[in-house]
Write a protein that binds this ligand. Structure first.
Ligand SMILES: *[C@@H]1O[C@H](CO)[C@@H](O)[C@H](O)[C@H]1NC(C)=O
Ligand SMILES: *[C@@H]1O[C@H](CO)[C@@H](O)[C@H](O)[C@H]1NC(C)=O
Length: 511
């Protein structure tokens, strides 16, 4: 009996597979039979300081992270240091106001030593020609020891600093036009001390690079492991599955492909965390979307793509594109046979003009093929560029690729359009602008549509809980029409409205 049953089941199963392959063939496209209602696991495997600021608490000199902009006002001259013409020339101290040429971005070597990147992306060094003491912003793309300075802070006033050059002497401002590296730095620290500068910190990034490099190779592994093991745990998948969510979108960084020994300053171990996510996803029947959130070189210059100093270098060479394809290849090959792998997102939020249509088209095609090497059913998600004027920019490519999905992020933020909007105007915007656009993008022969990030947050001040509920419901209503589905940004966040966990627990959102 048992055998007969299982044979019949087997026959039935084969028939169903046969039928569904005919159906999907007749459609010519992979078509999902349910929609994704997902939450992003933001700030987990790609750190973001605003999501969990306490991560940075233990970093010495934590206001001097990679990418932090410093302006130096010489106390004697009362003027700012400036890389004349933005770089490639000398350092002067003759500017009364500080702007881009007067802002030096830190590359952190350790808690005391830094390299100083100027506007044109070169690094400050001491000129080895001439008399050997004049300061010159040199044309060096990869700085070394001779471009490494120690920043010594006055313990009574951390904004008063001296800058020790690689020759062992301190910078001093002899005249507005002559900055030399020949002070013993043993003066009074007062306003008559030519080696003293008052700094203005213009802020910087708080991403995975800053975090791991800030802690350094000795402490970072412990801090990151602790974060990975505690920020998202099995119980979160239980919570997710019992609250009407059927998928997670998991941001990962390119360095995960070289776990356990990723290039410095990154730390190995995020792959183990991703493995755990798949185990929990299996247990609670949650689908997984792997999202390459940080591509090598950074595709948008933001901390969430792990940019070191705001520069955006992704896609500038075929080698870089190939390196990115290799990351997709690695991740897909690892999880393709896992029934929970639902989709792979090739890159998150590329930004024009740095990320060009040409490089993205090339990458998307190659990335798609890398996924298809291992799976004919995993969906392949392609991200529109941030704030693109043409939300169909990848349609001609994607329409020819079975199982492709276009990811569009909808935030009523990040544009002055939203600054003065009322509650009702925000809601109207969802129905009057987002909905028609989404309808236009959702076509029967084009790619599927996915709102891969949205949030019930806005610029409305003093909004009530009911206002938030209405706003969330309007978005759920409209984004629910996307053919692939949506994903809230994010599950956990110290900013409550950005935490779906908080929003569900406090009854702002019910699915
Ligand atoms: C920081 O780096 C500099 C230059 O490599 C080195 O001389 C110094 O000992 C380091 N300091 C610490 C605290 O590691
Ligand atoms: C600052 O000094 C440089 C070098 O002498 C000079 O070329 C430049 O014009 C000066 N700029 C100002 C604003 O004084």
């Amino acid at each position: 009996m048992a055998t007969a049953h299982s044979t019949r089941r087997h026959t039935l199963l084969c028939f169903c597979i046969f039928l569904s392959s005919i159906l999907s063939l007749s459609h010519g496209r992979l078509t999902p039979n349910f929609k994704i209602r997902a939450v992003n696991l933001g700030g987990w495997l790609v750190a973001e300081g605003w999501i969990k600021p306490s991560l940075f608490d233990g970093i010495p000199n934590k206001d001097f992270l990679d990418g932090t902009g410093l302006q130096f006002k010489a106390v004697t001259a009362g003027k700012y240091l400036c890389a004349e013409t933005g770089g490639g020339s000398i350092i002067v101290a003759n500017r009364t106001v500080a702007s881009s040429w007067e802002t030096f971005k830190l590359w952190r070597i350790n808690e005391t030593n830094y390299q100083l990147r100027v506007f044109n992306k070169q690094f400050v060094g001491v000129d080895s020609g001439g008399n050997g003491i004049d300061m010159v912003a040199i044309v060096a793309d990869t700085p070394g020891r001779s471009e490494t300075f120690e920043i010594v802070r006055n313990s009574n006033d951390l904004n008063r600093v001296r800058i020790k050059a690689p020759n062992g002497f301190f910078l001093q401002v002899k005249t507005e036009n002559l900055v030399t590296a020949d002070s013993k730095g043993d003066g009074s620290w007062g306003n008559d001390d030519q080696s003293v500068f008052i700094i203005t910190n213009t802020g910087g990034l708080h991403g995975e690079f800053q975090l791991t490099n800030g802690y350094g190779p000795v402490n970072a592994p412990q801090v990151m492991t602790e974060h990975w093991n505690t920020f998202i745990v099995e119980d979160d998948f239980n919570f997710i599955s019992s609250n009407g969510i059927n998928a997670v979108r998991i941001p990962v960084g390119w360095w995960i492909a070289s776990d356990r020994t990723p290039p410095q300053p990154y730390v190995g171990g995020s792959l183990q965390a991703l493995d755990n996510a798949f185990i929990w996803a299996q247990k609670y029947r949650i689908n997984v979307i792997i999202d390459l959130h940080a591509a090598p070189g950074s595709q948008n210059g933001y901390e969430h793509s792990s940019s070191r100093d705001g520069s955006q270098e992704w896609g500038l060479s075929d080698q870089n594109i190939q390196e990115t394809v290799n990351v997709i290849d690695f991740l897909t090959s690892r999880y393709a046979n896992n029934p929970r792998l639902y989709a792979v997102e090739l890159i998150n939020e590329p930004l024009s003009p740095g990320a060009t249509l040409e490089s993205l088209n090339k990458y998307y095609r190659a990335g798609y093929n890398a996924v298809r090497k291992y799976s004919s059913t995993v969906y392949v998600i392609m991200s529109n560029r941030i704030a693109t004027s043409d939300p169909k920019e990848f349609f001609s490519l994607a329409s020819g690729l079975d199982g492709s999905v276009i990811d569009i992020h909808y935030y009523n933020l990040y544009s002055s359009n939203f600054d003065k909007m009322s509650v009702q105007q925000n809601i109207n915007f969802i129905y009057n602008n987002r909905l028609p656009e989404l309808n236009q993008l959702t076509t029967s022969n084009g790619p599927l549509t996915f709102i891969g990030e949205w949030v019930a947050e806005w610029n409305v001040e003093g909004a009530t809980k009911e206002d938030y509920q209405k706003f969330a419901n309007a978005q759920l209503d409209v984004y629910g029409k996307a053919s692939f589905g949506w994903a809230y940004w994010t599950l956990k966040n110290v900013n409550n409205h950005w935490s779906l966990e908080w929003m569900i627990n406090d009854h702002y959102i019910k699915l």
